[in-house]
Design a protein around this ligand. Structure first.
Ligand code: NAD
Length: 336
């Protein structure tokens, strides 16, 4: 069995509670993981003067894989978003957010199986902003050819690898003719390299409507950063909400797996929130590490718990605690 060394960042708020569950579930899956625990976030600011000490980045660079809890971005204290900085520093250019219907989760849709591939390094989300006097502020939307081609190619490669039925590019090039126009031009060019995979385009506002009307019509969606931020939460809402939405940030040198949701500060320390987004991020990580058997084992445990519906957290209509839901998943994994 291959031993993997993985950086583990517990995170802020509810992060330590949900990532601890993910770790226990991964341990029960049989995968051989040696965790290197590094702290980041609010708790380390007094010691390091920053929520993202250099040793965190060094650890991820060394191990090339990390499992991370959410990190709070301190408001109005001069810090850039820790998550944006981490993605930029490590060149994690692809943000991958699967949204898949799971049995037992009550939602309006049953057959959703989407993957949002979000460009992770530029667009308005890069936060290049300045004041124009006291009463106006300006934000720069930077879109480049290399980053656009890279993310679309990533989406097509993923579609090919996973046998997906089509790739949809999302844009607003009818209005932002230069920036989104460039993204679209790149998407069309890269699509020609993949004649075996159907390709289509949607304007972002129409895409939002279509996703709530008929999400089963879509498969891999690729888009610039800000649209991806918004539509991936919409897609999480199609399949049960933020408590069940996993994510991956992938680059050529490293990959960081984390729930889509944030640190949910109002629930900190209450052992209450859903650990599934963290557990499913662990499943994505195991597949990335070629540990398909361990990943499948966890999925069988998760599906069993959700199907029975007795030991789920409040957001899924239950009363189980974070820990209790984690234990139930492990029990089901062992029951096979
Ligand atoms: P949030 O995702 O933390 O929480 C919003 C609400 O979603 C919660 O109040 C709760 O009702 C629900 N929710 C979130 N996670 C849940 C779970 N596991 N189970 C059940 N319900 C859940 O969003 P926010 O309050 O806007 O952000 C809080 C902090 O998190 C901010 O500082 C933000 O910058 C940060 N954040 C970090 C990340 C990250 O680390 N990747 C992502 C998003 C937000």
């Amino acid at each position: 069995m291959t031993r993997h060394r993985v950086t583990f960042i517990p995170g802020d708020g509810v992060g330590p509670e949900i990532t601890a569950v993910a770790r226990r579930v991964i341990a029960a899956s049989g995968a051989d993981i040696e965790w290197e625990v590094v702290e980041a976030g609010e708790a380390v600011i007094p010691d390091y003067g920053t929520p993202l000490p250099g040793r965190v980045l060094e650890s991820i660079r060394r191990n090339r894989v990390a499992l991370k809890g959410p990190l709070t971005t301190p408001v109005g204290r001069g810090f850039r978003s820790v998550n944006v900085t981490l993605r930029q520093e490590l060149g994690l250019y692809a943000n991958v957010r699967p949204a898949r219907s799971l049995p037992g989760i009550r939602s309006r849709y049953e057959d959703v199986d989407l993957i949002v591939v979000r460009e992770n390094t530029e667009d308005l989300y890069a936060g290049i902003e300045h004041w124009c006097g006291r009463d106006a502020a300006e934000s720069i939307k930077l879109i480049t050819r290399p980053a656009s081609e890279r993310i679309v190619r990533f989406a097509f490669e993923l579609a090919r690898r996973e046998g997906r039925k089509k790739v949809t590019a999302v844009h607003k090039a009818n209005i932002m003719k230069y920036t989104d126009g460039l993204f679209l031009e790149c998407a069309r060019k890269v699509a020609e390299e993949y004649p075996d995979i159907p390709y289509e385009e949607w304007i972002v506002d129409a895409m939002a409507m279509k996703l709530v009307q008929a999400p089963e019509n879509f498969d891999v969606l690729v888009m610039p950063n800000l649209y991806g931020d918004i539509l991936s939460d919409l897609c999480a809402g199609l399949v049960g909400g933020l408590g069940v939405a996993p994510g991956a940030n992938i680059g050529d040198e490293a990959a960081v797996f984390e729930p889509v949701h944030g640190s949910a500060p109002k629930y900190t320390g209450q052992n209450k929130v859903n650990p599934l987004a963290a557990v499913l991020s662990g499943v994505l990580m195991l597949r990335h590490l070629d540990e398909a058997g361990a990943a499948d084992r966890i999925m069988r445990g998760v599906v069993a718990v959700l199907t029975k519906g007795e030991t789920v957290t409040y957001d899924l209509g239950g009363t189980a605690s974070t820990d209790r839901m984690g234990e139930a998943i492990i029990t089901e994994m062992k029951a096979e």
